[in-house]
Each structure stands twice: as C-alpha cells, then as structure tokens.
Design a protein around this ligand. Structure first.
Ligand SMILES: Cc1cc2nc3c(=O)[nH]c(=O)nc-3n(C[C@H](O)[C@H](O)[C@H](O)COP(=O)(O)OP(=O)(O)OC[C@H]3O[C@@H](n4cnc5c(N)ncnc54)[C@H](O)[C@@H]3O)c2cc1C
Length: 340
C-alpha cells in the first residue's frame, strides 16, 4: 500500500483498549488511518485500570496536587469530550469540608482556580441532598465527570463507526506488529519503560435511593479525603485511596476509612448497599507526569497516573499531530506548555 508523505493514510496498530488506547484509536481512525486496536482482555475490560476509575474530569481541582501540564491537557481534553460525546451533561464539581477542617478548605481554595464560593443556601440550591450539612463550598462549574463503564463502550462504537477494528482476547507485543505501533498497555508497558510503577487506588461502589447528587462531591479531610461520584441507578462511587503499593484487593482499613468518610459526608450512606469493592493500579512515572515517547515506528503513551480520563483525549491529539507533522522532542513538555 502507498501512503502519502505526511503518513495520513498509514495503518496504525494500537495495543491496549483502556482510556488511553481508545482515544488514540478514535482520533487516528477519524483522521483516515486504518486502525486496529488490540486488547488482551475481553469486552468487559475488568482488568483495565480504566474500568475502576472515578471518571472525574477535574483539571482545576487537580491543580491542588498536579502540575500545570496536567491542567492544560485536562482543559483541552474537556473540550474534546464535549465535542465527541455531546450528550454528556457536565455539571461541575463541588468541594466541601466540615467546619473543623476549615484550614484545609482555605488551602484548597488557594491552590486551585476556576471555582466560586457558595454559602449554605447556594449549596442546598445546587445539591439539595447536602442542605444544612456545610456552611461553605467551592463549586467548579467548568468540570465534569463520565461513567467509565458507559463511555468506554461509547468510544468503541465511535471507533467502529470511523472504520477502526477492535480485537479482544488479542494480546500483542509491539514487536509482533508491523508499521506504526502505539503502545497503550498501561502498567504492562513497563517491560519497555522500567520506571513505571503502580499506585494503588481502592474504591467502594454503593447504592442508595436516599441521596441524589448531580456532580462529584469532594470532602476535604486531614486523614480521609474522599470523593463521591454519582453513577446511574442510584449508585455512588466512593473513592479513592492513593497508596504506593502494588498489592491486590481492598484492605479492611481502606474500606473502613472510605465508608466512614462517606458517612461523614452524608449519614444516609450508612444504609447504602455495598455493590462492589474495587482496586486497581494507576500507571505512573516517578514525576507522575504522562509521557508520549517516540522510538522509530513505536510510540508509547503511558503514565496517565490518576488523570487518564482527564487527559487521554489531548494526549491522542498530540500523538496524531506528531505523526502528521513530525513534531520532535518531548511531545508533552514542549507542546503543551506553549498552549495559551
Ligand atoms: C481508583 C481509581 C480512580 C481513578 N479515578 C480517576 C478519575 O476520576 N479521573 C481520571 O482522569 N483518572 C482516574 N483514574 C486514573 C485512570 O484510571 C488511569 O489513569 C487510566 O485508567 C490509565 O489508562 P490506560 O489506558 O493507560 O491503562 P489501562 O486502563 O490499564 O489500559 C491498558 C490496557 O492495555 C491492555 N493490555 C496490556 N498488555 C496488553 C497486551 N500485551 N496486548 C493487548 N492488550 C494489553 C490491558 O488489558 C488494558 O486493558 C483513577 C484510577 C483509579 C485506580
């Protein structure tokens, strides 16, 4: 097959159908490439980190702990999510703290931007379930959240509509494949990127019809900071721990702390039914920054850490522009930092 000089019609193999690989596959397929996405798991994807994520798209909240580069990638990605799945209703996110944790609250407000302060009445107006529970909150109206287990199949449908092929039960090594290969294997990619580590995150999925939230709520707490992300079917994801360990499963202590914190957010969680305990490893480089590494015909996109849903679309856009325009150097640090 002949390809044009810019490589616009070159076939592309992508390994790994987590959130990183899905966005790469979608943008390359829409740009006219013959895309094949290889995934070793089955369509349930329960071994992918992405399956277990909160799905928050919170570039401004994440400024508390993450660098500017993550915020910039996140803000660009929010626009791509909106454009690609226009039916998603993004409602923002809300940050609250109990009165005794006021210094944490003020610190969070200073470390972040893109928020407005709400008093008790405004909190009740926005989230009636929280009426009378907090005197003050930070509302981040530009943020959003997605349900990983709903948007991943939705992205797969869009990839298929754009002509891409997705093969499940198809473990591949980059050396098995000819042509341009994009390696999105998450933590499994550390055979080629030994600096990658897994950072454990644990969650509890609960169900109750006693509470309704429209947006993720973060509760600041000196020992158990947590978020509660609303899911369809009266479900709520309570998360997440961040533990420098690659151990499996959810510890009794983590489960207790997450549930205690949920109860501190709203006592009605006491009666909620536990649907599932979840744990997964976030793929992270030592500086917790993502990387797009180019070595000849092999491009690896990895280290999405706790921001995979937040930044995968913009990472795919950068990879695509590298393939079309041949941008050089560290794709993220040089290009993203020049975005205004
Ligand atoms: C508890 C928790 C909560 C989180 N919450 C959020 C959040 O709210 N917002 C956010 O933005 N991020 C969040 N994250 C982070 C996010 O989940 C990760 O950054 C993201 O899932 C990483 O995606 P990935 O595609 O790189 O890896 P994965 O999702 O692990 O995908 C890699 C895929 O590659 C496949 N694979 C591996 N080897 C092969 C092979 N040889 N051949 C074929 N396929 C292969 C794997 O089966 C897997 O499906 C959270 C993470 C955790 C653990």
């Amino acid at each position: 097959m002949r390809h044009d000089a810019s490589g616009r019609d070159a076939p592309i193999s992508i390994i790994g159908a987590g959130i990183a690989g899905l966005w790469q596959a979608l943008l390359f397929a829409r740009a006219g490439h013959a895309v094949t996405l290889y995934e070793r798991d089955d369509a349930a994807m329960s071994h992918a980190t992405s399956h277990w994520a909160g799905g928050m798209l919170a570039p401004w909240c994440e400024r508390e702990a993450a660098d500017d580069v993550v915020a910039r990638l996140g803000i660009r990605s929010l626009a791509l999510w909106r454009e690609t799945l226009p039916d998603l209703a993004f409602k923002g996110s809300l940050v609250v703290a109990h009165a005794r944790d006021r210094s944490d609250f003020e610190r969070f407000a200073r470390m972040t931007e893109g928020h407005v302060r709400l008093d008790a009445a405004a909190i009740a107006g926005l989230e009636p379930a929280l009426e009378g529970r907090f005197r003050e909150a930070l509302h981040f109206p530009g943020e959003g959240h997605v349900e990983p287990r709903a948007v991943m199949p939705a992205l797969r449908r869009l990839i298929a509509e754009a002509g891409g092929r997705i093969l499940f039960g198809a473990a591949r090594d980059p050396d098995d494949l000819a042509g341009l290969v994009i390696d999105c294997r998450g933590l499994a990619g550390r055979d080629r990127a030994p600096a990658l580590r897994g950072v454990k995150g644990e969650t509890v999925l609960v169900e109750t019809s006693e509470i309704a939230f429209t947006q993720p709520i973060r509760l600041l707490h000196p020992r158990w900071p947590l978020y509660v992300v609303p899911r369809s079917g009266n479900r709520f994801l309570v998360g997440a721990t961040t533990i420098e360990s690659e151990g499996e499963g959810v510890s009794l202590r983590s489960a207790m702390e997450l549930m205690t914190a949920a109860y501190a957010l709203h006592p009605a969680f006491a009666e909620a039914r536990i649907v599932e305990l979840g744990s997964a490893l976030r793929p992270a480089f030592p500086d917790n920054h993502p990387r797009i590494a180019v070595a000849g015909r092999l491009i690896s996109v990895n280290g999405l850490y706790r921001h995979g849903f937040l930044i995968a679309p913009a990472l795919a856009e950068l990879t695509l522009s590298h393939v079309h325009q041949g941008s050089q150097g560290d794709l993220i640090d040089t290009e993203v930092m020049s975005w205004s």
